[in-house]
Design a protein around this ligand. Structure first.
Ligand code: UDP
Length: 240
């Protein structure tokens, strides 16, 4: 029998910004490789990993809506397509180091990836494949954070792990306020009442209603051999 870990199936949310790193390009291959290596080390333990990728490094619907007559829905569809680009890049990187990976899109792009089929996604995970969910929820006006919460609930993953470009949840924006305090543990109520913009509210309430804990992990995935994985900051929010 294999050892049991805290989680058997996790949903990793990789935001677009995390993929960009410090690179002036939209995607930094060093980052995708670092993510692939971390995922490999987790799947080797027998833990199942599903990923929801964002697209903010390429296109964010809300910032483009309105320009040149672009309506919000069209802008959001472009945003969803951006997540597919990231998903394919990440898949290629993972497979280059031998991690079997499937991409499933929320709307059909059959030549490029499988359509999202819940039971099939679960089957892939059971077989030790990583599943990357792309195109968010498939609906405009949503975000990939919400897609992460939704897919997590659907596939019965135990936790949403959000990889982003901050090292935790602060009580204010640490990039603007040097006195911003790092919060170790938060309840969903605190997140919503203090309007902490760590994940969008739709995602937070979906997690809350389904008792899904969310952890925020630093997007500092730059390969740094001197740093042991145990030191990587992961902040836990309780679902109390
Ligand atoms: N998007 C959408 N519906 C979804 C998920 C994403 O319309 O269910 C669009 C939206 O325009 C969003 C873009 O895709 O701005 C990229 O996703 P997101 O901003 O969530 O990416 P991240 O912030 O994680 O990089």
């Amino acid at each position: 029998s294999r050892p049991s870990y805290k989680w058997q199936r996790v949903l990793l949310k990789v935001s677009g910004e995390a993929l960009a790193g410090d690179n002036m390009q939209n995607i930094d291959p060093k980052i995708t490789m670092a993510i692939a290596r971390e995922v490999a080390s987790v799947t080797r333990l027998g833990i199942e990993v599903a990923i929801v990728v964002g697209g903010g490094n390429i296109f964010r619907g809300s910032s483009w809506a309105g320009s040149s007559g672009l309506d919000r829905s069209s802008a959001d569809y472009i945003g969803m397509l951006a997540t597919v680009m990231n998903a394919i890049f990440l898949q290629a990187t993972m497979e280059s180091i031998g991690i079997p990976t499937r991409v499933q899109t929320a709307f059909r792009m059959s030549e490029v990836a499988e359509p999202y089929i819940r039971r099939r996604a679960v089957r892939h995970l059971e077989k030790g494949r990583v599943v990357i969910f792309a195109a968010g929820t498939g609906n405009p006006f949503f975000t990939t954070d919400t897609a992460a919460a939704l897919r997590c609930a659907e596939i019965n993953a135990e936790v949403v792990l959000k990889a982003t470009n901050v090292d935790g949840v602060y009580d204010d924006d640490p990039r603007c306020n040097p006195n911003a305090r790092l919060l170790e543990t938060l309840t969903y109520h605190e997140v919503t009442s203090k309007d902490l913009s760590v994940m969008d509210m739709t995602a937070i309430t979906l997690c809350q209603e389904n008792n899904i804990p969310a952890n925020l992990a630093s997007g500092d995935t730059s390969p740094s051999p001197e740093k042991s994985p145990d030191e990587s900051p992961v902040r836990r929010w309780t679902t109390a």
